[in-house]
Design a protein around this ligand. Structure first.
Ligand code: GLU
Length: 491
């Protein structure tokens, strides 16, 4: 069943890639990679008014950023192209000719007013709310004449009366059935000849040899209609897999109300692509009931439609942040450095050359910081390291008040300075040993003694680990800070 898998992701470039679309793309991509099949990217840009090239570029960029490489599609080509719907008019025209010839499509001359009147009757009297099939009964000779005379018309599909109900075995939802008498003779081609989404999608999926259509269940109601088109074209019907949508914590469909929805917005807010990929993959699919963290290779190896959930995934920004923190801790040290340096430069704390001439020093800083960062953004990083890049840190008044103003703080600082001064090896281990002697030597409580040194050298009570920070500052810098802060400390 899963030989020669071909799946597609078919975004409409009416906006940027949002997280729901990204998850659809991830599942299609993972499914293709798992089966050694092809992942096709098609741009459904038939809505000319709302589709823009800028949006298409943003979608491609976001896909690349997430590492979702496609085998056929824009910029990579392929032998089933073109991969933009606006460039496939010829294909739709030919397919429509087939349906005209085999009697599965008919012209409809009903005007907008007539259609509205029909709907009004259905509303008031009740009954079938779709098209009432008036034009289905026009003799073909008459229809030809009216077309030749230039009368405006659309083309509708002729839903077969004798077909029986439409049933699919959805790879996620199981058996789904739609009664045939609820089916509308919907429009295939508009008055201007352009195909509708319903028609173009089927023609493309068929001609592109798509074997599995994995998409959001907002498209479930389109499926029976699309099946009638496949059948009218005598095309094989692919396997459908409808996944549930992503909901916000309030149980409503995820939207801008719940915060950022575009993939690139998350990138700009310091979410790592690996973390977003992991998080989105897990939002509606799982390896088992305990594994939350997995890499790209594991996702590919384990991905299976049978474990995609029928229930909506609930968007949980806290969990995404937590997961991002895990990936930040796992990030290669040099990558962290390369991402941090521009933030330091922008904040005016360092010159770009620091990346080379102080690389080892920056590398040593990373482990102190990575533990405490949940997003790779300046707001998360710069305040935590600022004290290391200035001559003297700005003293936080509350910290001065709570710590340095306490009795004994000055004595502790004096003793700490004396012990640090005497160190030949100014690295974290010996620094710690030295500072541990302060309470005993002075009678000042250990907590206050350490806090006093911390506030003196960093300016605040919350900072990266103290001994490592002192090492990074170096003996001269550390002692100068203690001396400068000393007058603020109580005896
Ligand atoms: N372009 C459609 C969308 O973005 C694709 C629908 C489909 O997957 O069939 O919703």
């Amino acid at each position: 069943m899963t030989d020669n898998v071909r799946v597609r992701f078919a975004p409409s470039p009416t906006g940027h890639l949002h997280i729901g679309g990204a998850r659809t793309a991830i599942y299609n991509w993972a499914f293709a990679r798992h089966h050694g099949g092809s992942f096709v990217l098609r741009i459904d840009d038939t809505d000319k008014e709302r589709s823009t090239d800028e949006n298409t570029q943003a979608i491609l960029r976001a896909m690349r950023w997430l590492g979702l490489d496609w085998d056929e599609g824009p910029e990579v080509g392929g032998d089933r192209g073109p991969y933009y719907q606006t460039q496939r008019s010829e294909n739709y025209a030919v397919a429509l000719e087939t349906l005209k010839a085999n009697g599965h499509a008919y012209p409809c001359f009903c005007t907008a007013e007539q259609l509205e009147a029909q709907r009004e009757t259905a509303r008031t009297v009740g009954g079938f709310s779709g098209y009432d099939r008036t034009c289905r009964h026009i003799q073909s000779a008459e229809a030809q004449e009216r077309i030749a005379a230039g009368e405006p018309h659309v083309w509708r599909v002729k839903v077969p009366d004798d077909r029986g109900d439409i049933t699919i075995e959805d790879a996620i939802r199981g058996t789904v059935t739609w009664p045939i008498d609820a089916m509308d003779d919907f429009i295939l081609a508009r008055t201007d000849g352009t195909p509708t989404y319903m028609f173009a999608t089927v023609v493309d999926d068929w001609q592109m040899g798509i074997t599995h259509i994995i998409r959001g269940d907002d498209h479930l109601s389109n499926t029976p209609r699309q099946i009638t088109v496949y059948e009218a074209l005598e095309a094989p019907v692919p396997i459908f897999a409808h996944m549930s949508l992503i909901f916000g914590p309030d149980g409503k469909r995820l939207s801008k109300r719940h915060g950022a929805t575009s993939v690139e917005a998350y990138r700009d807010e310091g979410i790592l692509s690996e973390a977003l990929l992991n998080y989105l993959a897990l939002l509606g699919w799982s390896i088992d009931d305990k594994t939350t963290l997995f890499d790209r290779e594991t996702l590919i190896r384990e991905f299976d439609l049978s474990r995609v959930s029928k229930n909506p995934g609930i968007w949980d920004p806290e969990k995404l942040e937590w997961m991002n923190g895990v990936y930040i801790r796992d990030m290669a040290v040099d990558e962290f450095v390369d991402r941090m340096v521009p933030m330091l430069v922008n904040a005016g704390l360092a010159a770009p050359e620091i990346a080379e001439h102080s690389r080892d020093w920056l590398r040593a800083l990373v482990p102190l910081l990575a533990e405490r960062v949940r997003r790779m953004i300046p707001d998360e990083i710069v305040p935590k390291v600022r004290f290391l890049f200035v001559e003297f840190p700005e003293m936080d008044p509350a910290s001065v008040d709570k710590v340095l103003a306490k009795e004994g703080a000055g004595t502790a600082l004096d003793e700490a300075a004396r012990l640090l001064e005497a160190l030949a090896d100014f690295s974290a281990g010996p620094i710690e040993e030295a500072l541990r002697q302060v309470p005993e030597a002075t009678g000042v409580k250990a907590k206050l003694a350490f806090q006093a040194v911390r506030v003196a050298v960093t300016g605040t009570m919350v900072s990266p680990p103290l001994f490592e920070s002192l090492e990074l500052l170096g003996k001269v810098g550390a002692l100068a800070r203690i001396e400068k802060a000393r007058p603020l400390a109580a005896e």
